[in-house]
Write a protein that binds this ligand. Structure first.
Ligand SMILES: NC(=O)c1ccc[n+]([C@@H]2O[C@H](COP(=O)([O-])OP(=O)(O)OC[C@H]3O[C@@H](n4cnc5c(N)ncnc54)[C@H](OP(=O)(O)O)[C@@H]3O)[C@@H](O)[C@H]2O)c1
Length: 334
């Protein structure tokens, strides 16, 4: 199989990550355990993949590693009763592309417990337009709904709006009848696109990027935050009484800033969202919900570009520089 193959140069301080395309002949049992072998036709590039491939974040735990936290394709071999040869499947999370060899390859071997049958409405490529980012966006919306947020309570703010999680979240919310304020550093260049995918208002993230007052004008019924740090603190401070913010990301930073005032004076809830260890029934529910909501035309609008394995490194740098709008799909044989 062909794969993007990461090694680490430990002679340098700090160590650097080296990436090359390599032909591999087998799956080492320690880093590619599993009872299902998948012909991977498509993968995607998420923020986490970009950190892993460039070595800018401590994502990879074992080198050498085949990165790629998302993969989709067709079962080639299975000793699991749950999957048969020819089944159309996807796998994300569980350390795939971090601890276990991942999806930036033409084949992958994974545990059947990690594998999801692709909903009938989707092709493998379409699931990878969504990937972990889209799946996480769905989990964020589900978290707000479970908390009791409804469209009549007011607008929902989405940060990192032009990114993968943000853009999918905007469309899901719109389809569910919510009004959405997209908060973006690219409000000038991407406003038309953000409105085309479902935003009602687009605002500049600039004023929110430094810490404001502990309590601010109540603007949004709820929020989905993909960036953390100052912006999360300001979002909490501007959330309406009894509102909630679902937090899933750290594109601005991992610090937890601000005060407890939104919690203790406005009853605002902070809802954590993790995709990696989401239990399988909720995982399946999220994918089934995405299949009902995400129509083919909107999926295509979300595609920033489709690349092959050889373009992964350059595109990873673009993602970290905030130059990519929406989602990057990888055709593994492309
Ligand atoms: N919890 C989980 O399980 C989970 C799952 C998936 C992703 N995530 C996290 O969620 C975040 C977003 O992931 P993604 O795949 O959507 O990434 P992405 O496609 O790269 O989007 C990130 C967006 O954040 C904004 N941004 C970038 N740098 C920023 C900065 N310095 N300050 C403020 N905003 C900034 C940009 O949006 P604008 O240009 O519109 O401002 C950018 O498009 C990442 O931190 C990722 O690790 C977590």
């Amino acid at each position: 199989m062909k794969a993007l193959y990461l090694t680490q140069n430990t002679a340098q301080n700090p160590p650097t990550t080296l990436a090359e395309i390599k032909e591999l002949t087998d799956f080492p049992a320690d880093v590619a355990p599993g009872d299902v072998t998948i012909k991977v036709t498509h993968s995607s590039l998420n923020y986490k993949d970009a950190l892993a491939i460039t070595g800018k974040g401590p994502i990879i735990r074992n080198f050498p590693m085949v990165p790629g936290i998302d993969l989709a394709g067709e079962v080639m071999a299975s000793t699991s009763p749950k999957f048969a040869v020819g089944d159309k499947v996807l796998a994300t999370s569980y350390g795939i592309g971090e601890i276990h060899w991942g999806g930036l390859a033409t084949q992958a071997r994974v545990k059947s417990d990690w594998v999801v049958k692709i909903p009938a409405q989707f092709t493998a490529r379409q699931t990878m337009i969504l990937g972990t980012a889209g799946f996480t966006a769905m989990l964020c919306v589900m978290a707000l709904e479970k908390y009791g947020i409804t469209p009549d309570q007011g607008d929902i703010a989405v940060t990192g709006a032009a990114g993968g999680v943000g853009s999918v979240a905007i469309h899901i919310l719109q389809q569910k009848g919510f009004k959405v304020t997209a908060i973006s550093g690219r409000h000038e260049t991407e406003a038309a696109w953000l409105k085309a995918i479902g935003a009602n208002h687009v605002i500049d993230r600039g004023p929110l990027s430094k810490l404001g007052k502990p309590l601010q004008r109540e603007q949004w019924a709820a929020g989905i935050d993909t960036v953390g740090s100052h912006i999360l603190a300001n979002l909490l401070a501007a959330t309406k009484y009894r509102g909630a913010v679902a937090a899933c990301g750290l594109a601005q930073g991992g610090e937890m800033l601000g005060t407890v005032m939104p919690f203790i004076l406005r009853n605002v809830a902070l809802l954590g969202v993790d995709s990696v260890n989401t239990p399988m029934p909720i995982r399946q529910l999220a994918w089934d919900s995405l299949a009902k909501i995400m129509a083919p035309a909107i999926l295509e609008k979300l595609v920033a570009k489709e690349i092959g394995l050889t373009d992964a490194v350059a595109t990873a740098h673009d993602i970290l520089a905030g130059r990519v709008r929406g989602r990057v799909v990888v055709a593994t044989n492309g």
